[in-house]
Structure formats: structure tokens, C-alpha cells
Design a protein around this ligand. Structure first.
Ligand SMILES: [Zn+2]
Length: 320
């Protein structure tokens, strides 16, 4: 992956050296009538994380993609406050951000992440108005180590990278990239970039009002039905990641030989079927939340080949 002429985003918040559990503007916590909340949306299913969506009750009869190009919806803050679903902060840890805290290590990895984020900003700034008649609002990417407080609750690194709709932030503990390379066999810079592209995909869904619609509908569904819908949410985020990569490459020729294969390897590595087989030796499709390896590859590829958001309508297709 070639990013040397892509500007670094200014929207990276580095909490790695801080006592980050109280960090961020949403440090006041979740619920309690705050406008935050929402569910954390991690990159992979139960094999990676401890915390997955807790959803309940009825069925699926709306068309989130009708929102594309339309008015209304979107933008966070519209979510129901999420029930606390993460662990409480470890005892003895300080709350609150210290003023004047140094920005954190300015290392190579941080610059890489800032460039990938910068690339998503360039692409979506241009493409969201063009394709969906919406302005893009740049989200903040939070680097943390160990644990972090978000509007979606406390999260630790075991959750994996996630997007919180309530505060419109992406959270990444960079140790996930070591896991991705070693434990999941998916090394490489473009595999890492795909992860960010996927989380940004959730941000796009948030801006388009798709996440809100989906969560409302999931609230009336059975767990199994809600999981099936969540798979469509996740595959769409994979497809949106592909759309980003298409335009980023059009603009700055970021892709080098082997890059697409790296992303596809990563997409396969965090497919629900593979994760479940690794974790417990068998597969339980009704508990899938992110789609199979083949599905994740297919939807990423679809976005990458077309660069068109309309090609990412996972909600109105028989075959995922
Ligand atoms: Zn996701």
C-alpha cells in the first residue's frame, strides 16, 4: 500500500500513553439521558470480542437503503441510550483526562493510521455528497491501549476495533493488528487499512441513518432475526470499505500488488464461520453477526470493483 502522498488526518486522538479510561469528551459515561449511547460495533464476531450486540424482539420490514440520496435520518445522537454492556472501569483507575496531556507517541503506526483515516476523509468528503447527497462529517479515530471509555460504554482491547454511533468515534487498540497478523494469519498494511475502512463504513451507515433504522427494527425482533439483520449491516460496511478503496486508488494509486489479497485474507479471517470453528469447533449460523468469510470477501470485492454505494444494498438481496 502506498500512502506517501496521502495527507495525515488531524482527527486521530492518541490516548495510548494516558490513563484513557476516562478519556474523551463523552467521559461522563453513557445513559442517564445523555444524547450518546448506541451499541459498539466491532470488526468481528464472538471469536474476537467479548461484547457483541445485545438485541431483542420482531421483524424486518423496512428499506434502509431507501435513505440513500434521500433526506432525513442520520447523524448519531438519535440512538437510544445503550444499556451498560461492558465491564465497569477497573477499580483504582483515575477518571477524567488530564489537561495538557501530551498527544502521545508519534510513531510510524500512528502516522499510518492517520494517513488511512486521511484517505477516507478525502474520499468520503467527495463521494458522499456525490453519491448520497450528504455532507460527510469527519469522525475521530481514538487510539487506546488496554481499555477505553466511549459513549457506548467501557471497552477493552478484546472487543477489537469498533465504531460507536453515539459519539461518532472509531476506537482501535493497535495490538489488534498483531493479533490479525499472528493469530488470524492476516498480515499487511492493506489488511490493516481494510479494518479502518470497515469501521468508517459504519460511520457512513450512521450518517445515512441506516444504523438508527436497523437498531429500531432490531428492537422488535427475535435474537436470531436481529443477528441476521446485523450480518447485513456488517457486510454493507465491508462493501463500503471496498467503495473507499476504489476511490482512494483512483485518486492516489494506493494499491500495490498483493494488497487486495491482504484485505481479502483479513475479511476471511474474521468471518463468523471461521471464528466459530476456531473457537468451538463447530458453526452456528443463527448466531452469526458479521457474515461468513466468503460473504465478507464478496461484499468487500463488490464495493472495490464498482466504487458505487448503490452496489452495497445488502438489505434487499436474497443472496448474501
Ligand atoms: Zn463492523
Amino acid at each position: 500500500m502506498r500512502l506517501d502522498d496521502t495527507p495525515e488526518s488531524q482527527n486521530v486522538e492518541d490516548l495510548r500513553d494516558s490513563d484513557a479510561t476516562g478519556g474523551g469528551p463523552m467521559g461522563g459515561g453513557f445513559g442517564g439521558g445523555s444524547s450518546g449511547g448506541g451499541f459498539p460495533i466491532p470488526i468481528g464476531g464472538g471469536g474476537i470480542g467479548l461484547v457483541i450486540l445485545v438485541v431483542a424482539a420482531l421483524f424486518f420490514g423496512f428499506d434502509p437503503m431507501a435513505l440513500l440520496g434521500g433526506g432525513g435520518g442520520g447523524g448519531g445522537g438519535q440512538f437510544q441510550p445503550a444499556p451498560p454492556q461492558m465491564r465497569p472501569p477497573p477499580q483504582g483507575q483515575q477518571q477524567g483526562t488530564r489537561p495538557g496531556q501530551p498527544a502521545g507517541r508519534d510513531d510510524e503506526m500512528r502516522r499510518f493510521v492517520a494517513r488511512v483515516l486521511g484517505s477516507t476523509e478525502e474520499v468520503w468528503d467527495q463521494q458522499l455528497p456525490r453519491q448520497a447527497n450528504r455532507q460527510y462529517a469527519k469522525p475521530t479515530l481514538v487510539l487506546f491501549s488496554g481499555a477505553v471509555r466511549s459513549a457506548c460504554g467501557m471497552a477493552d482491547a478484546a472487543v477489537g476495533p469498533f465504531y460507536c454511533p453515539g459519539d461518532q468515534r472509531l476506537y482501535i487498540d493497535l495490538s489488534f493488528y498483531d493479533q490479525l497478523a499472528r493469530r488470524f494469519g492476516a498480515p499487511g498494511d492493506f489488511a490493516q487499512a481494510y479494518v479502518i475502512g470497515h469501521e468508517i463504513g459504519h460511520h457512513i451507515q450512521n450518517l445515512l441513518g441506516i444504523l438508527r433504522k436497523v437498531q429500531e427494527a432490531q428492537g422488535r425482533m427475535s435474537k436470531t432475526q436481529a443477528n441476521a439483520v446485523q450480518v447485513r449491516v456488517e457486510l454493507q460496511a465491508d462493501c463500503f470499505a471496498g467503495v473507499w478503496a476504489f476511490h482512494a486508488n483512483q485518486r492516489r494509486k494506493i494499491l500495490e500488488p498483493g494488497d487486495v489479497e491482504e484485505a481479502l485474507t483479513a475479511a476471511a479471517a474474521i468471518g463468523d464461520d471461521r471464528l466459530q470453528r476456531q473457537a468451538r469447533g463447530y458453526v452456528q449460523p443463527e448466531s452469526f453477526t458479521h457474515g461468513t468469510s466468503a460473504q465478507r470477501q464478496r461484499w468487500f470485492t463488490r464495493g472495490l470493483q464498482s466504487g458505487d454505494l448503490r452496489g452495497c444494498d445488502t438489505f434487499n438481496t436474497q443472496e448474501l
